[in-house]
Design a protein around this ligand. Structure first.
Ligand code: KG4
Ligand code: ZN
Length: 358
């Protein structure tokens, strides 16, 4: 539940806290100076031996790291706790225990420091991440949000003004990358591993399907592509070919198929909405092939593509601090008993006036 204060401070410093999955991200965003400090602790090593995130271990590690990281971020930004005017924390979607660890710290600090706290939707953080760059997209734009848990095409008319145009019917794109990596015996997280090996792959040796492109609409599906990849690999092995080159060729065919599919759907969304600005964010937006395809699409359309810098494609505190800063500046805040939401409808968020974003 959100409340509106009549007098939000004129200049503000927002502490952002991200703990939705396996990264503890802390940042400080100043309303005039922009991002002044950020730190990140990734739990990748902790979960790598299990081949995926273990929720209980994630929560414990967030609790261990969060306070030292806040101290480190304050030091980096050369500010003290009393300079902070508001706290933004990820309240969902994500792993419940992980969300609760960040939310508890955020709300306790807000209570102790007598400042407002704001609950931020993780995917809103991702889709606004390109706003932290020097060249920012103007509203309205189409956003392709591709992460480990989501693959969405959204029309964005302002902060909190989101219309979901397309979604995946099954696996998210990042999930398909992670599962492909697992079946090929590559490391975790799978996206960067598949992408690295794909660089050595020969394009054209395998041709993978582009799922759902022959059907109207903007929904997507990646589970069939994942099965196709598995079958191709099993067949190669049956024929006595489990070479690194074959793995690389499969990675290449998989990556190109995902990139093509996303590009076709983005083109369709831009045409449908009559827009020519595309924002691409979320962990998978770090992918080189996907960026190249979407850059080519936008160059052909004489439009523009916007991405976060690589370190802000994956989970981070900066995007949460940014989204929180804008919402707090618009007078919004969340009750201290706001419930974290492992599932949370992006379209249900409260809008703020787009004019206040500039
Ligand atoms: O946004 P994110 O950090 O976490 C979620 O909110 O899910 O995204 C993580 C996902 C993982 O599935 C990871 O494999 C994928 O992003 N990813 C990539 C690349 N870097 C990260 N996928 C493809 N290519 C990459 N370079
Ligand atoms: Zn994320």
């Amino acid at each position: 539940m959100q409340t509106t204060h009549s007098n939000p401070p004129s200049s503000s410093l927002t502490l952002g806290i991200e703990t939705s999955c396996d990264e503890t991200g802390i940042a400080l965003y100043h309303s005039e100076k922009g991002l002044i400090a950020h730190t990140l602790y990734s739990q990748i090593k902790l979960h790598a031996e299990y081949g995926g995130v273990v929720p209980e271990l994630a929560s414990r590690d967030h609790i261990r790291k969060i306070t030292p990281l806040i101290q480190e971020t304050l030091k980096k930004g050369q500010v003290s706790a009393k300079d902070i005017t508001g706290i933004a924390y990820t309240a969902g979607p994500g792993l419940m225990g992980a969300l609760l660890s960040g939310a508890s710290v955020a709300r306790s600090l807000a209570f102790a420091w007598q400042i407002p706290a704001i609950a931020i939707h993780h995917m809103e953080g991702h889709l606004l991440a390109p706003m932290l760059e020097d060249t920012q997209p103007e509203f309205p734009f189409i956003c392709l949000l591709v992460s480990g848990g989501h693959t969405m095409i959204i029309r964005v008319d302002g902060i909190g003004r989101y219309k979901l145009l397309g979604d995946t019917l099954d696996d998210a794109a990042g999930e398909a990358f992670d599962k492909t990596a697992k079946m090929l015996g590559l490391g975790y997280p799978g996206g960067p591993e598949v992408s690295k090996l794909a660089l050595k792959g020969e394009s054209g040796r395998y041709k993978f399907p582009r799922p759902m492109v022959d059907r109207p609409g903007l929904d997507m599906s990646f589970s069939g592509l994942k099965t196709f990849t598995l079958n191709t690999w099993l067949k190669a092995k049956e024929n006595g070919d489990d070479s690194e080159q074959t793995k690389a060729d499969i990675c290449r065919a998989f990556e190109v198929a995902v990139a093509d599919t996303l590009s076709i759907k983005c083109k369709r969304a831009l045409e449908q909405e009559g827009l020519n600005r595309l924002v691409v964010s979320g962990g998978v937006s770090a992918n080189r092939e996907i960026r190249a395809k979407l850059d080519a699409l936008m160059a052909k359309r004489k439009g523009s593509a916007f991405y976060p810098r690589l370190e802000f494609c994956t989970d981070n505190g900066a995007m949460i601090a940014y989204a929180g800063s804008k919402r707090l500046a618009a007078g919004q805040s969340s009750d201290l008993n706001f419930a974290c939401q492992p599932r949370w409808d992006l379209e249900s968020l409260e809008p703020i006036d787009p004019i206040e974003v500039a």
